[in-house]
Design a protein around this ligand. Structure first.
Ligand SMILES: NC(=O)c1ccc[n+]([C@@H]2O[C@H](COP(=O)([O-])OP(=O)(O)OC[C@H]3O[C@@H](n4cnc5c(N)ncnc54)[C@H](OP(=O)(O)O)[C@@H]3O)[C@@H](O)[C@H]2O)c1
Length: 288
């Protein structure tokens, strides 16, 4: 019998692509979500499980009977020690032998996110691991957390100055995760993942404007201006401070680094921002 793979964040930007990719290999998948009933209706061929990081009672049923797991912390989790670490411990006890964990490109440099401690825990847990550290995702602009701002204001307000970022396509991150879960040679590795070019937020605004045929402008802000915008939008103060610190790393040029890890792992060029933006031009419009 084929081994079953658990996908945490099965409805998320990276996770849903991992589910799709594993299914194309004909592999049994257990998809985890806080809303299993509607998900099961649209995915009748999957084993769907109720999973909530905030509810430890859901951990054991989620990991029971699976041999591998793709794990993504929930967005903005500022304390994975209370959520992802106990979950990984349950997975270890249940006999999960390989975990592919998504952290962040800045995990090592920006330790207050807790992601570096999370990585260290997994590395020391005795479970075989593959850690993916993606740079900022292209999908951050849509459907990610910047989309409501862009949609509402036709603008991107960020405290990044003119710094560049080598945005990576979530599809590439999912493809790498699938390779790690299905091919040999990826155990106990850490892969920092970038796109093949570094772009400024001004570059991105121009590409999106052209792709969506609407004008979207980038305005560099101060940290305080950014903080006020997010607080007014209802963000939790702790999450706001984490984002501000992360964008300080962007401003300092740290996220402009480009590596060839995606190409080496997938045997093809990484997705380009231009293609992501032009492949689905309607996503940038609000009149459809
Ligand atoms: N965005 C980026 O640029 C970027 C870059 C590098 C790394 N990452 C990492 O990627 C991860 C996903 O970030 P994202 O912004 O792209 O989010 P996302 O794909 O929108 O993911 C949201 C997912 O988290 C799940 N989720 C939310 N709260 C949950 C909870 N309490 N328990 C269990 N699952 C929960 C949701 O599942 P349900 O709603 O179905 O329960 C959904 O599948 C984060 O760990 C982030 O650090 C993101």
């Amino acid at each position: 019998m084929k081994e079953k793979t658990l996908v945490i964040g099965a409805t998320g930007i990276i996770g849903k692509s991992v589910v799709r990719r594993l299914q194309t290999f004909g592999l049994p998948v257990r998809a985890a979500t806080r809303l299993p009933i509607p998900y099961a209706v649209t995915h009748p061929d999957l084993d769907v499980v109720l999973f909530d990081y905030e509810d430890p009672a859901t951990y054991r049923p989620t990991v029971s009977g699976v041999s591998k797991a793709f794990i993504v912390p929930r967005r903005g989790d500022s304390n994975p020690q209370k959520t992802v670490i106990p979950f990984i411990e349950q997975a270890r006890q249940a006999g999960v032998s390989h975990i592919v964990l998504v952290t962040h490109f800045d995990a090592e440099r920006y330790t207050p996110s807790g992601l570096y401690d999370l990585e260290s825990f997994l590395i020391g847990s005795g479970v075989m691991y593959t850690i993916l550290r993606p740079n900022w995702l292209m999908q951050t602009f849509n459907p990610g957390f910047l989309w409501p701002m862009i949609r509402k204001t036709d603008a991107i307000f960020l405290p990044t100055g003119s710094a560049q970022t080598s945005f990576v396509d979530a599809e590439d991150v999912a493809a790498v995760a699938t390779v790690a879960l299905t091919e040999e040679g990826h155990l106990d590795r850490i892969y920092p993942l970038t796109g093949e070019e570094a772009l400024s937020y001004d570059d991105v605004a121009q590409i999106i404007s052209n792709a969506g045929q609407r004008t979207i402008k980038f305005f560099p802000t101060s940290d305080d201006e950014f903080r006020n915008t997010l607080v007014k939008a209802g963000w939790e103060p702790q999450q706001v401070e984490i984002l501000i610190d992360r964008f300080a790393l962007v401003r300092e040029g740290f996220t402009a680094e480009v590596n060839d890890q995606v190409g080496l792992l997938l045997g093809r060029r990484p997705g380009r921002f231009l293609d992501y933006a032009y492949d689905h031009p309607r996503i940038w419009r609000t009149d459809f």
